[in-house]
Design a protein around this ligand. Sequence first.
Ligand SMILES: [Zn+2]
Length: 277
Amino acid sequence: MNRAPRYPITDDHIHLDPVNGIGIAAAKEFQRAGGTHLFVVSKPSWSLGIEPSCGEDYRPVFLATLSIVREARDLGLGAFAILGVHPAEISRLAGRMPIDRAARVMQEGLSLAAEYVERGDAVALKSGRPHYPVEPPVWEASQAVLRHALLLAADRSCAVQIHGESGPCADVEGMAREAGMDPARVVKHFATPDTPLMPSFIARHEMIPELARGGRAFTMESDYMDEKSRPGAVIGPKSVPRFTLRHLANGALSEEDLWRIHAVTPSRVYGVEILLP
Ligand SMILES: [Zn+2]
C-alpha cells in the first residue's frame, strides 16, 4: 500500500510509548510521512512507574523499548534501540537514597543496557548529565555516571547519546577520549552547532540547511516523547520527514546532503546499515 520511499529519512531520537502515548501508531505516522529509519530511545524509569533501587530494576524499561522496536521493524521500518538511564533520574533517586548509591544504581542500569548492546539487541547507550542546575555533589555523581557510560561504550565499541545542559558540553570530548572512545560517536541530543560532539539537531533547527551546505556531519531528531499528557511537548513523529522533504523540495538541502544526514552519518556513528527498504 505504501509507495516505496525514494530516500532514507532517519529520526535519531524518538520515543514510542504504548502505555502513556500512542506507541506504534506514532511509528506509522512517521512512516506515512516518508520516514524510513528510527532510533528509539528508552524512556525514564518513572514513565513506567518504576522506582529503581538496583540496576536490574531497569530491565522492564529496556524490554518495553525492545518490544516496540520489534513492532516498528514489522512495519518495515529500520528500527534500532538506544538503551540507558535518563540523567534526571539522579535527582529522583537522590530523594530516596544517598547520592553515591544513586549514582551506583544508574551505573548498574547502564551496565545492564550494555549487555543488550553486546547481544546486538541495542545499538547504543543513552546517558548524560542534568540539563538543569544542581548542587556540586549531584554534578560530580552525574559526571561519574557519564564516565561509566563512556567506558562501557568504549569497551563495546558502541555509540553513546547524551542528554545534557544546553550548549556545547565541550568537556565531554575529553571525557570520551579518556575513556577510549571516539568523540564522533558521542551524539549530543538536542544539539546546538557549537558542540564538538556529534550533533543531533531537532528537525526544526533553522541552521540545518546552512550547516549541511558547509559539509557538517550531523543527524536529525524529533525528540517526540509520545505522552498523551504532554501533547506537542516538543514536536510530532512526522517532523523529521516533513522538514527534510520540505528542505529538499525548496532546494535548501541537496540529495547529497539528505543522504549524508540520514544514511552516511548515522551508519558511521552507530555502526548500522541504513538502506532503502
Ligand atoms: Zn528524549
